[in-house]
Structure formats: structure tokens, C-alpha cells
Design a protein around this ligand. Structure first.
Ligand SMILES: [Zn+2]
Length: 489
């Protein structure tokens, strides 16, 4: 697979360090509020990447943290504590908030067919791991005490700005605009590893440490949770593009200083979801959630399809009109799959292979999800495949696309069967689309009964003529063992 690596700023063949095994880490949510659909776009794309690797035959182990401590509203250790903010807003404890929004996050993931990572680890589970890593960083001279806190000293690194989209100047602008500048820091880019003296007097969660009672900074959790479950080498680290700086930059600083060698080779970043008002973010007040999409009548998988239609390295524009287009495309796609009739005939795997190969090539090309969806349409249009072969390929592709295509098409097919009409002692069964209007149904019925009579009389010219009339009306007719089925094309 060829993937764009944010660390080297180019597309590269993805090669895991240990043969067939892929260690994959994902930065999880900060569970102080619902995830907005912009956050979820990142998780959909990461899910696609994991499933594409599995489709290739890799043995993937994926780990994700849940941030339930230490994340301030600015990623650079300033602003409000997000978990405290959530607890105050809802008059609950931080742990109650964490539990509620962790469950809400996984419920959203389930609705979007995002697989749960193999390991999900809340940050509050790993305090001894942070203490161990910070102790080593202090011993090696990469960290220092100041004003009761422990900081990472970025001046000790040969290269700090590893994702060169940001440089020192950008950071200075950030700091200058910030009223909460931390005067304990020796260098502006330094960051907190452990707080014992923070401005949050009411910090609920505190632990004992060699440096006093306190709590960890945000970045240390990902370095430690990754090492705990995936070892000293990581093949793939994922996150939203927002996380590249400073969060991922700081993860690299901590992990490589602690380990003494390169840590993660490939970095995968998903770009923003924009609305007409700009980048989607929680700080702007009202934000879009999966529940809101459902309240407005959209199947959450319409949003998944919408995301697949654009590349993960491009920002995507969300509008209700775009969602309506995705909904129409999804309905049409399911309708086409529903029109395939499973006959139980043996499938020819050799005939299916070229289609699978093209699908794989789309995923291999830096996870080109929209091309992968096009490959699905190619299967549906194919002249050399039986319905059973098409259905087998739809199921095969959907292991990655995860649009519940076969299940939802089966429901539609059953609904269509429910509207079957029987004519002439059960000799002639007409299967009508579930959403056909009465007018459509009676017009088509009349034509199909004439066609039936013509075929009975072996009047093939008349039968073909009627088929052409239907075709001009945008209607295709399929004779199968359950009856004659008509559908819009
Ligand atoms: Zn992280």
C-alpha cells in the first residue's frame, strides 16, 4: 500500500517493521462532550485504513486511548481543563462525565460501522506508566522541574518541528495571543509532563507521584499507552490533522527521548470537515452530531458514504445539500443491489479476481476511498458477472466500505416481495419496488400483462416492443424464478 506519510511529507510504500504484523495507534476522543461529525470523519477514515490493511492480509493490532484527564482547551497546556468544564456544565463528577461520553462515542461509532479498536485504554488507567516515563526523561536530562510542575525541555532535541507545517514563528504567534502564558517554561515550545501546581484548584482527579500529588499532562498518555500495548516500535500512528502539532510532535519528543531510537515510521493525518462557516469545532457552540443527523432523518451510513466520497487528505465541505445528494446515492445504490437476485448458483472466483484487484488498487493508492466506491459501481454494471457473483463481490468490498450493503439490500428485497401481485392462477408474479406510486404500479402492470400475453403467444416482436416502451420510461424488467421484477434505472 502506498500511503502519504506526514513525517516525510511524501507518499511511500507502507512496510511494517515485523513482517505481516501492523501496530497501529489512534488518538482517541477527549470524553467531555459528544463527538461532532468532523471528529467522526477522522475515525471513519482510520477505520477504512485499518480495514484496508486487513483486506490486504495484514494482521493489525490497533490501540486507542480515551482522554479522561489532563486535556486543556488549548493543546498547548493553556485554557480550561476540558473534563472539568464538562463536569461543571452538567453538575456531575469527572468520572461520570467520562463514562457517559465514552459510551456515547462508541454508540456513534457503532452507528457508523466503525470497528472498535482491539485495545481501548482510558488515560486514568495508566498513571504508573506515566510516572515511569517521566522519571526516565528526568534522568536523561530531557525534563525539568519548575514551579511545582515537570516540563519537557524541547531545546534538548536535535529536531522538534518534525511536521514542518509549523515552525517556531507560528508557535510564537500562538503564545503571544495567549493571555495564560506559562512563565515556568524555559522555552516557548516546552510542555507539561506532570502538574502538581495548576491553576485548577478544584482538580478532581489527582495521584501521588515522586514530584507531589498531581495529574499528567495530555501528551504523555499516548506515548505510554502505545508503548504499553504495542511495544517500542509503532508502524502507524493516526489522528486528525489538528493533532499533528503540538500533540503528535510532543508524543514523538517524549517517546524517542525515552526509547533512544526512532519510534513511529508512518503518520496518517485526516483533514478537516468544513461547514460554510469554516472548520467544524465544538468551541463555536452548536455542532453537528450523529444524533442530529438521525433526528433530521438521515441514516448515519449516509454520512459514512459522504465521507468516503472525498479523499482523507482534502478538507471536505459539509452542507445539507451534500448530505441529500449522498442520501440519494445511497438509496439508489441499495436499490441496485436489492435488484440482484441470489439464486444460489456457484460463483466463479477467477472471474471475480480482476474486480477485487481493482478494488485493492484503489485502496492501495493512498486510501482512495472514492475510487474504491467507483469499483463497487463497476461490479454492479458488469456484464460478465452473475447476480450471485456480484453479490459475493459486494459483500467482499463491504468488509472494507462498511455500508451494510447486503443487509440493507435484503430488507429492500423483502419489502419488494411483499408487494408482489399474482395474476392468472399464480402463473405471473409482478414484483414492484416498495416505493412505487399507485399510478406507476398500474401503468407498469398493464404493460407487463400485455408483455406476458405476447410471450405466451410467442409474439416475441410484441414482447420486445413493450420492453422498449418500459425502457423509455426508465424501467428495467428482470425475469427471475420468483417472478418478473421491475425497477427504475
Ligand atoms: Zn494522542
Amino acid at each position: 500500500m502506498i500511503l502519504y506519510n506526514s513525517l516525510t511529507h511524501r507518499k511511500e510504500p507502507f512496510v511494517p517493521r515485523f513482517g505481516n504484523k501492523v501496530s497501529m495507534y489512534t488518538c482517541g476522543p477527549t470524553v467531555y462532550h459528544f463527538a461532532h461529525i468532523g471528529n467522526l470523519r477522522t475515525y471513519i477514515m482510520e477505520d477504512m485504513l485499518e480495514k484496508a490493511l486487513r483486506y490486504e492480509g495484514y494482521d493489525v493490532k490497533r490501540v486507542m486511548n480515551i482522554t479522561d484527564v489532563g486535556h486543556l482547551s488549548s493543546d498547548a497546556d493553556t485554557g480550561e481543563d476540558k473534563m472539568l468544564k464538562g463536569a461543571r456544565r452538567e453538575h456531575k463528577t469527572v468520572m461520570e462525565i467520562a463514562k457517559f461520553y465514552t459510551d456515547a462515542f462508541f454508540s456513534d461509532c457503532q452507528k457508523l460501522n466503525i470497528k472498535r479498536p482491539d485495545v481501548v485504554e482510558p488515560a486514568t488507567n495508566c498513571i504508573p506508566d506515566y510516572i515511569d516515563m517521566i522519571t526516565v526523561l528526568l534522568e536523561k536530562g530531557y525534563a525539568y522541574h519548575a514551579g511545582g510542575n515537570i516540563y519537557f525541555d524541547t531545546s534538548k532535541l536535535e529536531k522538534y518541528y518534525v511536521f514542518n507545517d509549523h515552525n517556531e514563528e507560528d508557535l510564537e504567534v500562538g503564545v503571544r495571543d495567549d493571555v495564560d502564558e506559562d512563565t515556568n517554561k524555559r522555552n516557548k515550545a516546552d510542555f507539561v509532563l506532570w502538574f502538581t501546581k495548576s491553576k485548577f484548584e478544584d482538580q478532581e482527579l489527582k495521584w501521588d507521584s515522586p514530584w507531589g500529588v498531581g495529574y499528567p499532562g495530555w501528551h504523555i498518555e499516548c506515548s505510554c499507552i502505545s508503548k504499553k500495548h504495542l511495544g517500542e516500535y509503532l508502524d502507524l500512528h493516526c489522528g486528525g490533522i489538528d493533532n499533528a502539532f503540538p500533540h503528535h510532535t510532543n508524543e514523538i519528543a517524549q517517546s524517542e527521548s525515552y526509547l533512544g531510537h526512532e519510534w513511529c515510521k508512518t503518520w496518517f493525518h485526516v483533514h478537516h470537515l468544513n461547514t460554510t462557516g469554516g472548520k467544524m469545532s465544538k468551541s463555536k457552540g452548536e455542532f453537528l452530531t450523529v444524533s442530529l443527523l438521525q433526528d433530521k432523518g438521515y441514516d448515519p451510513l449516509v454520512y459514512r458514504l459522504f465521507c468516503l466520497q472525498s479523499h482523507y487528505r482534502q478538507s471536505q465541505m459539509f452542507t445539507w445539500e451534500n448530505m441529500d445528494n449522498a442520501a440519494a446515492a445511497y438509496t439508489k445504490l441499495l436499490g441496485r443491489i436489492a435488484s440482484l437476485i441470489p439464486a444460489g448458483t456457484p460463483v466463479d472466483v477467477e472471474k471475480m479476481k480482476p474486480y477485487q484487484e481493482k478494488f485493492r488498487q484503489a485502496l492501495d493508492a493512498d486510501l482512495n476511498t472514492s475510487l474504491a466506491v467507483t469499483r463497487l459501481y463497476d461490479v454492479l454494471k458488469a456484464k460478465d458477472l452473475s447476480d450471485d457473483e456480484k453479490l459475493a463481490l459486494v459483500g467482499d468490498f463491504d468488509a472494507v466500505l462498511s455500508l451494510s450493503l447486503l443487509e440493507k439490500a435484503a430488507v429492500i428485497r423483502d419489502a419488494q416481495k411483499a408487494t408482489s401481485e399474482v395474476h392468472g392462477d399464480g402463473e405471473y408474479v409482478i414484483i414492484t419496488p416498495a416505493d412505487a406510486t399507485d399510478e406507476e404500479q398500474s401503468t407498469v402492470r398493464e404493460l407487463l400483462l400485455s408483455r406476458y400475453q405476447a410471450r405466451k403467444d410467442k409474439n416475441w416482436a410484441e414482447s420486445d416492443r413493450i420492453r422498449d416502451i418500459l425502457k423509455d420510461m426508465g424501467i428495467a424488467v428482470k425475469d427471475n424464478k420468483e417472478g418478473v421484477q421491475w425497477m427504475r434505472v
